[in-house]
Design a protein around this ligand. Structure first.
Ligand code: NOJ
Length: 755
């Protein structure tokens, strides 16, 4: 282990306190909190209320967003007749969904898309809890996440921040993250509401979505966020059906119909037109308050004038403030919540006011590593016998035998420590200048890479003197293939990146969205050149989403790992999988097809008429649902991933329980190694329902020792068996026979039944 890493871990162990144990706050009910919020509002002046709902300006602010709270303590009488003294802080809003943005001494967690790859509610929840701990530790009141934008097209720049193209998987990811984050007393913010699915033209494009598609695809994860009692929702930059999201009364109205009791905050600068339009439509807070892209800066005096001239009734303003304060009281943020102790406006992360506040614990490092290895998807492996057990007769493939592999080549720029410096430095820090391994995309959703352990370092640390290592840490040819010649093993790394559009984020010609699906820096050619000279080539892909793999059947490519964007413990988590200390179990949260046409959607890059209108004519058919409908055989399908062992499914039974259906079956580990299987449940609706052939409605993670069997039960709720009925504007369970498909991927169905 490198000296600096050892030092860091020792330091963290010494400083580490269990933050969870020291929270010491009591959560309140929503009704009690609403009462406290209303009583607080009653004590505020008009200016104080305006200060509560208006950002103070992104670059006047310590966090990416703050408000101006009343500068005094307020005494309110609770329902049990005690006096509560309340001091409202400047409320700190901070990105992003995979860890603190532009802050030192924090963890670079795995991305949302890798959390999805685990198909593990346990790990999704644990990631949320750890994020919550770190945001709390830095005094962040509102965690700007989770992102739950459906990956409508695989090139969408911010797809990696969310949980992929499937609404159900997005919903589960959102639900678990929110429960986790809020358990630390930090408010979560579900974003981006709604249909924020590409970066080009995002500040004004109109996503035109019919009612059923909207509910079943794009609303679904927000509905699950409300199930998790999310504190806030961020309205998006784009327009929905012609009206800008933040003053779209119908759209915002859905939230309260769905039971949402928190506040709606604008994306940064996403407010258009007048304060009155936005306030009457239900926008509770504008951020950052003065940030004008093509909108922004409409509250403040604009809202004060609107209240004074009666166009916004004061009751509306009171309601806005109360909705902000309600979740603040629910999560006990009035009880000893840490003060802000960093300054995010320094691009190099400096300016942290108190670096001794230790919020990053060794447990978070370990969790990041665990999610990293649990999300690594083994797509191909030669080194197996028919029962799945690694065979002793060949050393080609995975896991690598430390006894028998004596020379290793590590090839590709994606294997090395990234140099993150940008020129000019104004733009540094959001990972858009990455010239090494890709562990997260760029933009506001990026995180701190201070502690990143790249693949080459981790491999060297692990291998030690047991093999010789040759490195070629660029994508140059012939250097890469030359390094591979004559080696027992060549590990070749390649990546594809994307990120957020911003006025300064054009990376290698890509404005957020990827220009194409291909690997960057000629990574595909590098892989082929290495495979041409080494018959034990293992490919590792770090990518923000699917990349075509025309080389996957090359006989010299003995294994492929799709590692996604796994966060700072990228190297160690790969070592765990490659050398077999950990049996891979990650699954693809999207399909890897051969061409973009196989996905049935596009990114609109060019529009001569200005902000385009994008019709979501594919309706419910994204990713595997589209490919099923067109009989497209994918290269690696949704839900796919190999293990070093094999699993057998049997004994399906289906029974009703109230309005739900319970699907039970048995899984046996028939191979020679302990492992984890990810059974998936897909539902086939009655023909009359007009649903895709199969839709994901359940999954689990099942740990099984070699030879062990377990019974698994997955429950399908009434809502999960329903479709959105546009004429009646409601969820309706269709009449007829439902088919149940249980299997190891959407194409690898092992058991079928019906009810
Ligand atoms: C704009 C991004 O769309 C949003 O996700 C982020 O939270 C805000 N900027 C604040 O940085």
């Amino acid at each position: 282990m490198a000296m600096w890493l050892r030092l860091k871990i020792t330091l963290l162990l010494l400083l580490s306190t269990n933050v969870l144990e020291s929270y010491g706050f009591t959560q309140r009910s929503w009704s009690e909190s609403a009462d406290l919020a209303n009583k607080t509002v009653a004590l505020l002046t008009l200016d104080e209320k305006i200060g509560m709902v208006t950002g103070v300006g992104q670059f006047n602010s310590r966090c990416v967003g703050n408000i101006k709270p009343p500068n005094r303590s307020l005494s309110i009488t609770t329902s049990s007749n005690t006096v509560l003294n309340v001091s409202i802080p400047p409320l700190c809003f901070q990105d992003g969904p995979a860890g603190l943005r532009l802050v030192k001494n924090v963890t670079g967690f795995p991305t949302g898309i890798n959390a999805a790859s685990t198909f593990s509610r346990r790990l999704m929840r644990a990631r949320g809890e750890a994020l919550g701990e770190e945001f709390r530790g830095k005094g962040v009141n509102v965690f700007l996440g989770p992102a739950m934008d459906i990956m409508r097209n695989p090139k969408a720049g911010r797809g990696w921040e969310s949980f992929g193209p499937d609404p159900y998987l997005n919903g589960e990811g959102a639900y678990e993250t929110i429960i986790g984050v809020q358990s630390a007393g930090v408010m979560a913010c579900a974003k981006h509401y709604l249909a924020n699915n590409q970066e080009h033209w995002r500040y004004g494009l109109s996503a035109n979505v019919d009612e059923r598609t909207l509910r079943e695809m794009y609303w679904w994860p927000f509905m699950r966020s409300i199930d998790a009692n999310v504190s806030s929702v961020m309205c998006a930059y784009n327009r929905l059906n012609g009206t800008s999201s933040c003053h779209n009364e119908d759209l915002i109205g859905l939230l309260s119909e769905g039971g949402f009791q928190g506040f709606v905050v604008s994306d940064w600068g996403a407010t258009h037109d007048s304060a009155t339009d936005n306030a009457l439509a239900g926008l509770d807070m504008e951020q950052p308050g003065d940030f004008i892209l093509i909108g922004g800066g409409v509250y403040g005096n604009g809202l004060k004038n609107a209240v004074n001239d009666g166009s916004v009734p004061v009751e509306v303003l009171n309601g806005m403030v109360a909705k902000i304060l309600t979740p603040w009281f629910v999560l006990g943020q009035d009880q000893g919540f840490p003060a802000i102790n960093f300054d995010a406006q320094h691009a190099d992360g400096s300016g942290n006011l108190n670096l001794n506040v230790n919020v990053r614990t060794d447990a978070h490092t370990e969790l990041t590593r665990e999610i990293g290895r649990a999300s690594a998807v083994l797509l191909k492996n030669n080194r197996t016998t028919t029962d799945g057990t690694p065979t002793g007769t060949t050393i080609r493939g995975l896991p690598v035998s430390q006894e028998r592999i004596k020379s290793i080549a590590i090839i590709g720029r994606d294997a090395k420590l990234p140099n993150l410096d940008c020129n000019p430095p104004l733009t540094a820090g959001l990972n858009q200048c990455n010239d090494g391994t890709m562990s997260i995309g760029w933009g506001s959703g990026s995180n701190s890479l201070d502690f990143i352990v790249p693949p080459n370092t981790a491999i060297r640390d692990f291998v030690g003197n047991s093999a010789t290592i040759t490195e070629s840490l660029s994508n140059d040819r012939p250097a890469g293939p030359n390094a591979a010649i004559g080696k027992d093993l060549a590990i070749v790394f390649a990546n594809a990146m994307s990120g957020e559009l911003g006025f300064y984020f054009v990376v290698d010609g890509n404005q957020g969205d990827r220009n194409d699906l291909d690997l960057w820096f000629k990574g595909g050619s590098l892989i082929e050149a290495v495979a041409a000279v080494n018959n034990n080539t293992v490919v590792v892909i770090h990518s923000v989403g699917p990349v075509p793999m025309p080389w996957s059947n090359h006989p010299n490519i003995t294994a492929i790992i799709y590692a996604g964007a796994p966060g700072e413990q990228t190297g160690p988590s790969l070592v765990d999988v490659i050398w077999g200390a950990y049996n891979p179990r990650g699954r693809l949260p999207f399909t890897i097809a051969d061409s973009e046409d196989d996905y049935g959607t596009t990114i609109v890059y060019n529009s001569i008429t200005g902000f385009p209108t994008i019709d979501y004519t594919e309706r419910l058919l994204l990713d595997y649902r589209y490919m099923d409908s067109k009989n497209i055989a994918p290269r690696f399908e949704f839900g796919f991933g190999l293990s070093y062992t094999k699993f057998e499914y049997s004994s399906l039974s289906i029974s009703s329980s109230g309005s739900s259906q319970v699907v039970s079956f048995t899984i046996k580990n028939t191979g020679g190694l302990d492992g984890t299987e990810i059974p998936q449940l897909y539902l086939g609706f009655p023909g009359s329902a007009g649903e895709p052939e199969k839709v994901l409605r359940g999954f689990d993670e099942v740990d099984l020792k070699a030879g062990e069997s377990k019974q698994v039960s997955l429950t399908i709720s009434e809502r999960e068996m329903s479709v959105w009925d546009t004429p009646s504007h409601s969820w309706v369970r269709p009449q007829g026979t439902f088919e149940v498909f249980v299997g190891a991927s959407v194409k690898d169905i092992r058991l079928t039944g019906s009810f």
